[in-house]
Each structure stands twice: as structure tokens, then as C-alpha cells.
Design a protein around this ligand. Structure first.
Ligand code: NZQ
Ligand code: ZN
Length: 386
């Protein structure tokens, strides 16, 4: 296990009715808040009204930035920065999924930066200070509510980049599973695939981390047990609650600390979203099993056997370790199919046209992952996924 520093500052209010802490917590950071939200789901499910009541009860003045896109755009970040400067904002409250929260993060780090926020996306070390961020999560997926990462797109250049800064980590996150009852079946499935991918990106590394890996297996089993339940029964509280908390723990550093290494499937997926604006979790569900088949060899087979046995309870009586490993990968693909997720790029309207440039960009972010993947490797994986 490598050395690490554990410093996760996010205060989490988990469970029904925890919105009652929003006003008092926001007030601790100031009296002028920028409220950031997406395309309107929070107005349909009543959350907007509840939040506004909280702000009113604590005399918090609110300026709104609405319409944050799935795969949030740099243009919306720029608008948010302008609003913060114009209104002297003290604190940012993001209510929504990962896109809304990520947009809020880059706004928070760009207000005190006098050049373009896209610079921050490309190099977050340029951040000198951040406005505090509080979140109310409405979709279990990215873990943005408890991590220090943001992912922003500039579709005019087909660019989508992740960036991280300690100041991006929310100071408070309110996680009420009932707010996720209204998430569509498809987004629920995509969110579950994203959570699983975050766990697997840290699980399939070359650094030993016995403790982290056993927790990872438990979290994966939680996704398997509750993902399908939430798709079938959207208001199943236990299913939503388990997915929500697993989503946070998948990426809040616990699994990564001590065994961190660059991720493999995410950089390849981000290129799909950058060129085709597809839902992140759907792209991961397509690519992950193909990536697994591609990197399965004598150096990785033991880990895939662990995955098959400990996550999917594959029978140890299969003839050889490769058969066990392949059965684990098959079970993962079958699970995604059962959740209603696509398994090929064609299904989401992607063909070979941009493979070369997408692989070129992805391979730059893929330095020394589980197995070093070159541009040619990435093209091969995309082709297999067609
Ligand atoms: O915009 P609204 O109207 O809110 O609708 C959203 C959106 O259309 C809807 N939704 C969210 N909560 C809902 C709801 N609909 C009904 N009821 C609710 N309670 O769901 C749609 C998708 O929302 P979005 O925020 O885009 O989804 P997600 O949370 O999956 O975020 C995806 C973005 O996060 C990035 C992805 O690349 C993508 O850009 N990621 C961020 C990470 C991070 N910060 O650490 C890591 C991830 O790996 C990922 O890359
Ligand atoms: Zn992800």
C-alpha cells in the first residue's frame, strides 16, 4: 500500500428530510448564494420550493443560474462566474446531479481568476481560491457531492476534461434518497454503471490494497443488489439509499488512497461524450466489458478471478482461471443488459468516423494505467465495441 493523506472535509446529511439543514448550513458561509441547477427537474419534484423556503427562513439572498446541461458546458460556467462577480456571491449551492455540481465547482474556482475559466479546466493548479460549495444531490452517479473533481465540456472543440482541486470538494452535501425517486429508469441505470465504473477503475490497479479491494467488492455487490431494484421500482427507498451512499463512497478517495493509479475506461469514455454528447454511464457500460476482455492476460487474470468470484460468485469449479475470469466479465455485461443499457457503440449512434482523433486524445490521458494503453490499443477497443 502506498503512503497517503486522508482529508475528506465534506459534511454529509443523509436521509429523508435533511433539506431542513440547508438554510442554517448555507448561512454559515454567507448571506448571498448562487443557486445552480439544471434543466428543471428540481422544479417538477418540489425540491426547488423546499430549498427556497430554507433560504428565506435564514434571510439568504439568492441569485439563480439555471439550465446547466448534462455534460456541462464551459459557456454556462462563464455565465456563473459573471453572476458571482456582479452580485458579490459568498457561497454556491448546487442542486442536481453531477453536471450541476461540476459546473458549480469550476465557477467556484474561477471567480478569483481573472482570465478564462477554461484555463482552470485544463490546469486546476491555477486556482487561487474557491467559494464554498454546498450540494443537494438528486442523482446517484458521479460522486461529485463528495469528491474534488469536475468535468466540463467545450463542444465547439469536442473537448471534455476532468480537473481536480481540493477547494472543489463540497463543504456540505445533503443526500436525501427520496429526491432520486423521479430519476428515469435510463438515468438510474446509467448512474449505477458510473458508480460501478468508479469502483472498478480503482479496483483494477497493480498496487496491492487488500482492504480497499474487499470494500470495493462489497460496494459492487451493493450496486448489483440494488441497481436493478431501483430501475424496476423507482420509489424503493432502500434501493435508492444504498445506491446513493455507494455512489459517494465509490469516488470519495477511500478506495483510491494507497493504491491510486490513472484510470482506464473513463478517459476513453470522455471522448465519446465529447464527440457525441452521450450519457457518461451509457458509454462506460459499453466500453468496460470490451476493455476487460482486452486487458485480460497472465498479469491480470488473478484480479479478474477475484472479481468473478467475490463480486459475481462465479463457481470456483470452472475448468481454468481464464474461464472463471471470462464468466465474471460476461456476468457484468449481462447485468448492464438487464438494466436496459446499450452494449455497442452503434446503439448510441457512434461509428468509426472519429476513432483516430478520439483515441489520440484518450491515449494522452491514459498514462500508465492498469495496463498501459497506446492509441492503437484504444482504437482496437473502440472497434471491438462497435
Ligand atoms: O437537468 P435536470 O433537469 O436536473 O435533469 C437531469 C439531467 O437531464 C436529470 N436528473 C437529475 N436528477 C433528477 C433528474 N431527473 C429527474 N429527477 C431527478 N431527481 O438527469 C439528467 C442527467 O443529469 P447529470 O447531472 O448530467 O447526470 P450525472 O449525475 O450522471 O452527471 C454526469 C456528468 O458528470 C461527469 C460526467 O462526465 C458528466 O459530465 N462526471 C463527473 C465526475 C466527478 N465530478 O467526479 C466523475 C464522473 O466519472 C463523471 O465523469
Ligand atoms: Zn464516471
Amino acid at each position: 500500500m502506498n503512503n497517503f493523506t486522508y482529508d475528506i472535509k465534506t459534511k454529509v446529511y443523509f436521509g429523508k428530510g435533511q433539506i431542513s439543514h440547508l438554510g442554517e448550513e448555507t448561512a454559515l458561509y454567507g448571506k448571498k448564494a448562487l443557486l445552480v441547477y439544471g434543466g428543471g427537474s428540481i422544479k417538477k419534484n418540489g425540491l426547488y420550493e423546499e430549498a427556497m423556503k430554507e433560504f428565506k427562513n435564514h434571510q439568504i439572498e439568492v441569485v439563480e443560474l439555471s439550465g446547466v446541461e448534462p455534460n456541462p458546458r464551459i459557456e454556462t460556467v462563464r455565465k456563473g462566474v459573471e453572476l458571482c462577480r456582479k452580485h458579490n456571491i459568498d457561497v454556491i449551492v448546487a442542486i442536481g446531479g453531477g453536471s450541476t455540481i461540476d459546473c458549480a465547482k469550476v465557477i467556484s474556482g474561477s471567480v478569483s481568476y481573472d482570465k478564462d475559466p477554461w484555463d482552470i479546466v485544463l490546469d486546476a493548479s491555477k486556482v487561487t481560491s474557491c467559494l464554498p460549495i454546498l450540494t443537494v444531490l438528486t442523482l446517484a452517479a458521479t460522486g461529485s457531492e463528495m469528491d474534488a473533481v469536475a468535468v466540463i465540456s467545450d463542444m465547439s472543440k469536442n473537448e471534455k476534461w476532468g480537473c481536480g482541486h481540493p477547494g472543489f470538494r463540497p463543504v456540505v452535501s445533503i443526500l436525501d434518497p427520496t429526491y432520486t425517486f423521479s430519476v428515469s429508469k435510463y438515468q438510474t441505470a446509467c448512474g449505477t454503471a458510473d458508480i460501478m465504473s468508479h469502483i472498478m477503475e480503482s479496483y483494477f490497479t497493480n498496487t496491492e490494497g487488500f482492504m480497499q479491494d474487499r470494500i470495493a467488492e462489497g460496494l459492487l455487490r451493493t450496486c448489483i443488489a440494488y441497481g436493478l431494484r431501483a430501475v424496476k421500482q423507482p420509489d424503493d427507498y432502500e434501493a435508492r439509499a444504498n445506491l446513493m451512499w455507494t455512489g459517494s463512497w465509490a469516488i470519495n478517495d477511500l478506495l483510491k488512497l494507497g493504491k491510486g493509479c490513472p484510470w482506464s475506461v473513463h478517459p476513453m469514455e470522455h471522448e465519446l461524450s465529447a464527440f457525441y454528447d452521450i450519457t457518461h454511464g451509457a458509454g462506460l457500460a459499453i466500453l468496460t466489458p470490451y476493455w476487460m476482455e482486452y486487458v485480460l492476460d497472465e498479469t491480470s487474470v488473478d484480479k479478474f478471478v477475484d472479481f468473478a468470484r467475490n463480486v459475481w460468485q462465479v463457481s470456483p469449479h470452472l475448468e481454468d482461471e481464464y474461464a472463471i475470469a471470462k464468466e465474471g466479465i460476461k456476468r457484468l455485461r449481462d447485468f448492464f443488459v438487464a438494466m436496459g443499457l446499450p452494449t455497442t457503440l452503434h446503439e448510441v449512434g457512434i461509428n468509426e468516423e472519429h476513432f483516430d482523433i478520439m483515441a489520440e486524445k484518450a491515449s494522452k490521458k491514459l498514462q500508465g494505467g492498469y495496463r498501459n494503453l497506446t492509441k492503437e490499443d484504444v482504437i482496437n477497443i473502440y472497434k471491438k465495441a462497435l
